[in-house]
Ligand binder design. Sequence first.
Ligand code: FEO
Length: 386
Amino acid sequence: MDVTKEIRYVGVNDHDIDLFEGQYQVENGMAYNSYIIIDDKIAVFDTVDARFTEQWLGNIEAALGSRTPDYLIVQHMEPDHSANIVNFIHKYPDVKVVASAKAFAIMKQFFDTDFAAYQMVVGEGDTLSLGKHTLTFITAPMVHWPEVIVTYDSYDKVLFSADGFGKFGALDVEEDWACEARRYYIGIVGKYGAQVQSLLKKLSGLEVQAICPLHGPVLKENIGYYIGLYDTWSSYRAESEGVVIAYTSVYGHTKKAAELLADKLQAKGCPKVVVYDLARCDMAEAVEDAFRYSKLVLATTTYNMGIFPYMREFVEHLTERNYQNRVVGLMENGSWAPAAAKIMKQMLENSKNITFTDTVVHIKSALNKDSSSELDALSDELCRGF
Ligand code: FEO
């Protein structure tokens, strides 16, 4: 696949993976992207996962014919991209490895060598000429690890964006970009909004005609759309108006209340209502939607003098990703010493700009007249402003 006349795609698709990074469900697999710029000098961008050595080296050979690469540019040291550095050097011993100083430090940790004889250390604004193509390196710490660099090719106006603008899913499966790019971003990079914002600022002066990420498709059209979504996500603004109801339920009473609230919200014209049973859903999808929509309702039971474990995990996913700028409603169920609403509120007390609804729904075992009217009041409050 050609990105431009001189930039080729040499990555691989992975349909054998069970969980990406040990936790994310990827039913459409994963792509580990790798690119080559073929100019007077030849540069390869990033290696691929350890399970695809032969396929990847074969792709490179097929793209280059009898020529050999001059540079291996290592933008990110996470093993889904760096696992084949040693294999690459064995095959192409005259190559220079181009990476940040931090990347070489991490290389030493993974491989017990920092490839001193091959090193070309680059930092902010450094350039590398391949002939027509001049590459400029831009540091992108914590997008998604501290050593990350992204690279701009001023000849073809292509941004090699490392994990940025990546998504779950192999490239031989058609699916909506935003859905899986958002789940990927919120799950994997979501904590580092400030760092993504600072990268976006650095990129704002560049004319970008294509983005080549390390996962997901090459983005060639409507670049402003992708940058706009990254700006929204990394600034923790809601992308869409709507309410996410996340609940756990032991015998179905809290579930019934959550579903009743959803019905009431829909009947009152709420633009979007999404309901998640946290014990059974893909937790990463629920976390994604909590960041996507403007309002969130947490509904759970008091359990072991705390809250039900799946809700605890969910709220921790939110707070560790700097959840902020949202309206939150609380529903608790407790048969003898209810404490869930108080505990959930405490868990969010360090989250910035959270507006709690005035109404808290208190269920004692099962819905009754009082808790049903609280549900009504909560639905009214949540629909205000839509
Ligand atoms: Fe795709 Fe952070 O590795």
